[in-house]
Write a protein that binds this ligand. Structure first.
Ligand SMILES: Cc1cc2nc3c(=O)[nH]c(=O)nc-3n(C[C@H](O)[C@H](O)[C@H](O)COP(=O)(O)OP(=O)(O)OC[C@H]3O[C@@H](n4cnc5c(N)ncnc54)[C@H](O)[C@@H]3O)c2cc1C
Length: 415
């Protein structure tokens, strides 16, 4: 199909968030064109851990992380690192992150995050059905494991907070853990199983399937880098590498790069990236029955249809430094120690840019400069998880309907 000269909506970014929003807008009868500088699934949506982590309602910005961070930062290949070349640049974001760790802010973020999680979970299966991707959904749960009594006890306040928000979980001893997942090293003495944690067979194949569905329904995906937005009286001008375009409305969903485009509207949104690393091993590398989270070490092991993915970690290194794949290797070495039967050969390494705001909540809402531009970015560790809920919200905003949850905590102007 040819691109409408001035579609109702242009979505910037063909990751899981942009494509989900584009599909939801299309389903409301709007004409939609998606711009991506590389094409579908070029960013974080391709290589993530594939989890619909609906139970993960506690913001990363919390007193718990402040307690763990100094120890983690001592190890340059540990769960959290700041390359010296980026330390000064990240300082303002770190300051905002630290301010978001107050008990009152954490409580507010948790309530907001829970609302977005509940909405995303409620929307997910209908969205997967409508896009022909329901067969990719797995309901294998997640097993969070702890190295000893002390680590387990330290986790209990977080579980209590989740319980208060209706999250279902079971604490397990080593024998009960082995029934869910055999082969975990005996140093992990305790675990917590969350059955409400789902996953997708493969996040890249899922994102590509969304792109196919969007095109099948008449949508167009154009390869073009967007460099600026200019509000007009009756629409928005979009400056791209292919020239200037117009649309009635724009959805900005360019993941970790979104702030660069928002800046052209005069908005300074403190988006940073938490770079994450992984290695995807052949499917026969381990008999994995659920996702395993090694929370004390900041990584997960996931069973995908395309392999076993070992990854996580946070590197606050910005968008321009080259990847340091020693981090992928360090995570894989730990996984071998923790899952002694894991065959670590034949892996493929990857690094991706999580789009992260300091308070661990995304930016969802209208731009300050124009109510015709809707921001939908900054989902951090949870973009796949929250894409269906975000899509519903964006479609409501585009069609003048009231979104089903209060968006105040997600306001792009909250910083
Ligand atoms: C190691 C790791 C593990 C993760 N695990 C999970 C998980 O298990 N569950 C979960 O929910 N989330 C997870 N995440 C987070 C998740 O991957 C992201 O939150 C999500 O993919 C963000 O989606 P997005 O569509 O906003 O961005 P992206 O997927 O990054 O897409 C943005 C798109 O915008 C395009 N773009 C950028 N700039 C421009 C421009 N100027 N013009 C045109 N196009 C542009 C890019 O090419 C890209 O295709 C993980 C992330 C990492 C790194």
């Amino acid at each position: 199909m040819n691109a409408p000269l001035s579609p109702d909506v242009v979505v910037i970014g063909a990751g899981v968030v942009g494509l989900s929003a584009a599909i939801a807008a299309q389903a409301r009868g709007l004409s939609v064109v998606v711009f991506d500088r590389e094409g579908p699934a070029a960013g974080a949506s391709a290589g993530n851990a594939g989890a619909f982590a609906f139970t993960d309602i506690l913001p990363l910005a919390s007193p718990g992380i402040i307690a763990k961070a100094p120890k983690w930062l001592l190890d340059p290949l540990g769960p959290l690192s700041i390359p010296p070349a980026y330390a000064l640049r990240i300082a303002p974001w770190m300051f905002r992150f630290w301010r978001a760790c107050s008990p009152a802010r954490v409580a507010r973020s948790t309530t907001a995050q829970t609302a977005l999680m509940d909405l995303s979970k409620a929307e997910l299966e209908a969205f997967l059905t409508a896009t022909g991707t329901l067969h990719m959904l797995r309901k294998d749960g997640n097993l969070q494991v702890y190295e000893g009594e002390d680590e387990f006890k330290a986790s209990l306040s977080g579980w209590k907070a989740r319980e208060a928000h209706g999250i279902e979980f079971r604490h397990l001893d080593a024998d009960a853990m082995a029934q869910i997942q055999p082969g975990i090293a005996p140093r992990f003495t305790h675990g917590t199983f969350t059955p409400g944690w789902y996953s997708i067979a493969d996040p890249k194949l899922y994102t590509l399937a969304l792109a196919d569905h969007f095109r099948d329904k008449g949508g167009l995906i154009e390869i073009a880098a967007v460099t600026a937005l200019k509000p007009l009286a009756d629409g928005v001008e979009i400056i791209t590498s292919n020239g200037a375009r117009r649309a009635g409305r724009v959805v900005l969903a360019a993941g970790a790069f979104s702030h660069r485009i928002a800046r052209t509207l005069g908005e300074a949104i403190p988006l940073e990236t938490e770079r994450g690393y992984n290695t995807t091993l052949p499917a026969a590398a381990f008999d994995l029955r659920t996702q395993i989270t090694f929370g004390g070490h900041g990584f997960v092991v996931t069973r995908l249809s395309t392999g076993i993915r070992v990854g996580g970690a946070v590197e606050l290194g910005g968008l321009d430094l080259p990847p340091n794949f020693r981090r992928s290797e360090a995570l894989l070495k730990k996984a071998q120690l923790f899952l002694p039967g894991l065959k670590a050969e034949g892996g493929q390494q990857w690094m991706g840019f999580r789009p992260s705001l300091p308070d661990s909540l995304p930016a969802l809402g209208r731009a300050r400069a124009s109510d015709r531009v809707i921001h939908a970015f900054g989902h951090g560790h949870l973009g796949l998880t929250q894409a269906a809920g975000t899509a519903r919200i964006v479609a409501d905003l585009l069609t003048g309907n009231r979104p089903p949850i209060d968006l105040a905590a997600f306001s792009p102007q909250r910083f």
